[in-house]
Design a protein around this ligand. Structure first.
Ligand SMILES: [Cu+2]
Length: 479
């Protein structure tokens, strides 16, 4: 087991053994240290308990007054310049979502732990993510007015900045442009300086999720969308893993505050009872994060990555091998909204200028980072014998949600491409699994015919620490 996962299960055991354990700095956690789970690992009962607790906070005490939930959204807007594009970005959001979690626990009388959403795992076709389905948060807003009309919060009406429905506007109409993949997130571990890590994480990867989902989510009232808490729990989890990376100082905190003072662990975090130093260790706030590496679907990641190596296997009868005209350039990568490509990682869409400015970021700096991210995706796609755990060939569940009008599936490596026709008519999960399995079994042949693959390994592209965590967390064996 991965060391971090071991630590987590140890924490879980300690919780059971000692209901009155103490946080490391002596702060009391009367119920011990809880484990925040990935949303899709929740039982239906626990999912309902979480959603019900959020709805309790959304219910105003007096009719016509803002609810406690509305006040959270208002506070987030108030800290727009204190907690965004500043060193406080990570600690402020950690403190803020912890306060929210404690309110969920208080109003429900249950030990609700805030779930996180590993959007890097869903990054290649996020519109198909479980979080956007009916039993969770619903999907895109309707075209007429942007209102979200399905999911568990379809009746929710935020009051700030003005009372109306909850709105989303996915940036590609019915689809949603890609997010940073698991490799891109783990590549952030190359940055050993706190404030460099923070700024590289805040923009573009964290910002892209806000920007792409749109409407409420891309505004400073983003907590209006209950997905906010899951998004920021994931951001917080990645920071906590960065803090525990061997060689990193878990208490690292530096940078310059908006008022030009040096960032200090004594700085107060607005609307919370905490200073920065109180939140550097999540155990002081009575929680740790569960390890999540996804579920293996019909085609397991292991069998896919193992099937790629040198020896060619025969093509399934209905799979064809084709040449790609211009393999070294962008044509080898799927367009952002191309849902057909099973193997390659996609480029997230550039952030809108409005969004960058709203967050006080420099447009040129963000554009430069987006260019670097595109380069990294290119290099990842060229690694011989490597298939990302986020690639659609490993995500039959996402494929099932998005394959509709498309006539064929393709898997591209270098100058070669596999193609298989999707039968017309109803698409069921057995059919999708069979198509993906046929494509996976043909990958060895694809790899054997590719001529211009790079010699780089995953560690060369994203750094040794990141490569190690991708492999151990998501169960990738080769590369
Ligand atoms: Cu924020």
């Amino acid at each position: 087991m991965h060391a971090f996962a071991k630590l987590l299960s140890l924490a879980a055991v300690l919780t059971v053994l000692s209901p009155l354990s103490l946080g490391v700095a002596g702060q009391q956690c009367p119920n011990g240290i809880g484990v925040r789970p990935e949303i899709r690992t929740l039982s239906p009962g626990d999912l309902k308990a979480f959603i019900d607790a959020v709805k309790l906070l959304q219910t105003p005490r007096n009719r016509g007054q803002p609810s406690e939930y509305d006040n959270f959204a208002m506070q987030h807007n108030q800290v727009r310049t204190i907690a965004h594009n500043t060193p406080q970005f990570l600690p402020w959001h950690r403190a803020y979502i912890r306060v929210f979690e404690s309110r969920l626990q208080a109003v429900s009388g249950r030990r609700i732990m805030l779930p996180f959403w590993d959007w890097s795992f869903d990054s290649q076709a996020p519109a198909g993510s479980p979080v956007f389905q009916d039993n969770m948060f619903g999907g895109n807003g309707r075209s007429s007015d942007g209102c979200v009309i399905n999911g568990q919060f379809r009746d929710w009406r935020p009051v700030y900045p003005s009372p109306r429905c909850l709105r989303r506007s996915f940036d590609r109409g019915a689809s949603l442009s890609p997010f940073t993949s698991v490799e891109g997130i783990r590549s952030l571990f190359r940055y050993r300086d706190y404030n460099t890590f923070r700024t590289q994480f805040e923009f573009p990867p964290h910002g892209q999720v806000h920007n792409a989902i749109g409407s409420d989510f891309s505004s400073m009232f983003s907590p209006n969308d209950p997905l906010f808490w899951l998004h920021h729990a994931f951001v917080d989890k990645i920071w906590s893993e960065w803090q525990r990376t061997p060689g990193n100082n878990p208490n690292a905190y530096n940078g310059v505050n908006p008022n030009r003072s040096q960032a200090s662990v004594n700085d107060q975090l607005a609307y919370t009872p905490y200073r920065v130093r109180d939140v550097l260790d999540t155990r002081n706030l009575c929680y740790v994060y569960a390890s999540f590496g996804g579920f293996s679907g019909g085609v397991s990641r292991r069998s896919v990555t193992d099937s790629v190596p040198r020896t060619a296997t025969s093509l399934a009868p209905d799979v064809t091998l084709q040449d790609v005209a211009n393999a070294s350039d962008a044509t080898a990568r799927p367009a952002a909204d191309d849902q057909l490509e099973l193997l390659q990682l996609r480029d997230p869409k550039p952030l809108s200028e409005d969004f960058i400015r709203m967050n006080n970021y420099d447009v040129a700096v963000v554009r430069q980072r987006e260019e670097e991210a595109r380069n990294m995706v290119k290099q990842l796609n060229a690694i011989p014998n490597y298939v990302s755990p986020a690639a659609l060939i490993n995500r039959p569940d996402l494929a099932l949600n998005i394959i509709g009008k498309h006539g064929s599936l393709v898997a591209t490596k270098g100058n070669k491409r596999l193609r298989i026709k999707v039968p017309t008519g109803a698409k069921d999960s057995t059919m999708i699994h069979n198509l993906l399995r046929k494509m996976a079994s043909s990958l060895g042949t694809l790899q054997k015919h590719v001529v211009n693959n790079s010699r780089k390994t995953l560690a060369d592209v994203i750094g040794a620490t990141g490569a190690q965590s991708v492999k151990s967390i998501y169960g990738v064996r080769s590369s």
